[in-house]
Design a protein. Structure first.
Length: 116
């Protein structure tokens, strides 16, 4: 059974930081590229960050470039999203998404709320 479990969300003030984690089980983690998406109320789900299966390639949405960093630990089957200098517009449900071998899987999401 494949599971992607996100954690680390919460309520923070603007300019604070959060680190999201996504722990995978039931898949051969190191063959899957991993992505972080987010969806704010009333908006479409958008890609935030991507990391290749071996961690050597990353890319980011323009809105988060320079503030967010995606990384992975294949030994722990976990992908991370370090979010710095958070803004109210970063408020959303954050999801991890695994893609590989013609298959894809979503996590259940973790809520991030940025508010003063």
């Amino acid at each position: 059974q494949v599971q992607l479990v996100e954690s680390g969300g919460g309520l923070v003030q603007p300019e604070e930081s959060l680190r999201l984690s996504c722990a995978a089980s039931g898949i051969t983690f190191n063959v899957y590229a991993m992505n972080w998406y987010r969806q704010a109320p009333g908006k479409e789900r958008e890609l935030v960050a991507h990391i290749s299966n071996d961690g050597t390639g990353t890319s980011y949405a323009n809105a988060v470039k320079g503030r967010f960093t995606v990384s992975r630990d294949n030994a722990k089957n976990t992908v991370y999203l370090q979010m710095n200098s958070l803004k109210p517009e970063d408020t959303a449900m954050y999801y991890c998404y695994a893609v590989g071998w013609g298959l894809n899987y979503w996590g259940q999401g973790t809520q991030v709320t940025v508010s003063s």
